[in-house]
Design a protein. Sequence first.
Length: 56
Amino acid sequence: MAYQRRYYLHSKIKKKGIQYNPFLNTVYWPFNKDVDDNNVIELRDQFNYSVQLEIV
Protein backbone atom coordinates (compact mmCIF):
# COMPACT_ATOMS: atom_id res chain seq x y z
CA MET A 1 0.00 0.00 0.00
CA ALA A 2 2.80 2.44 0.80
CA TYR A 3 4.36 1.92 -2.62
CA GLN A 4 1.09 2.86 -4.30
CA ARG A 5 0.95 6.08 -2.30
CA ARG A 6 4.56 6.86 -3.16
CA TYR A 7 4.00 6.48 -6.89
CA TYR A 8 0.77 8.45 -6.64
CA LEU A 9 2.78 11.30 -5.11
CA HIS A 10 5.32 10.94 -7.92
CA SER A 11 2.58 11.47 -10.48
CA LYS A 12 1.20 14.49 -8.59
CA ILE A 13 4.53 16.32 -8.43
CA LYS A 14 5.35 15.39 -12.02
CA LYS A 15 2.10 17.07 -13.18
CA LYS A 16 3.20 20.22 -11.34
CA GLY A 17 6.53 20.21 -13.18
CA ILE A 18 8.66 19.41 -10.14
CA GLN A 19 11.71 17.31 -10.98
CA TYR A 20 12.56 14.20 -8.97
CA ASN A 21 14.73 11.12 -9.14
CA PRO A 22 13.07 8.04 -7.63
CA PHE A 23 16.31 6.03 -7.74
CA LEU A 24 18.13 8.56 -5.54
CA ASN A 25 15.02 9.43 -3.48
CA THR A 26 15.57 13.09 -4.28
CA VAL A 27 13.23 15.94 -5.18
CA TYR A 28 14.82 18.93 -6.92
CA TRP A 29 13.26 22.15 -5.70
CA PRO A 30 13.89 25.66 -7.15
CA PHE A 31 16.13 27.76 -4.91
CA ASN A 32 13.92 30.83 -4.95
CA LYS A 33 10.74 29.09 -3.69
CA ASP A 34 9.72 27.85 -0.25
CA VAL A 35 9.00 24.14 0.13
CA ASP A 36 5.26 24.48 0.62
CA ASP A 37 3.96 21.64 -1.53
CA ASN A 38 2.16 19.04 0.59
CA ASN A 39 3.08 16.19 -1.76
CA VAL A 40 6.80 16.97 -1.53
CA ILE A 41 6.57 17.32 2.24
CA GLU A 42 4.88 13.92 2.47
CA LEU A 43 7.59 12.31 0.32
CA ARG A 44 10.22 13.92 2.56
CA ASP A 45 8.65 12.94 5.87
CA GLN A 46 7.14 9.51 5.19
CA PHE A 47 9.40 8.12 2.47
CA ASN A 48 12.76 9.69 3.47
CA TYR A 49 13.21 11.71 0.30
CA SER A 50 15.83 14.43 0.22
CA VAL A 51 14.84 17.86 -1.03
CA GLN A 52 17.73 19.38 -2.95
CA LEU A 53 17.62 23.05 -3.82
CA GLU A 54 18.73 23.84 -7.34
CA ILE A 55 19.63 27.17 -8.85
CA VAL A 56 17.48 27.79 -11.90
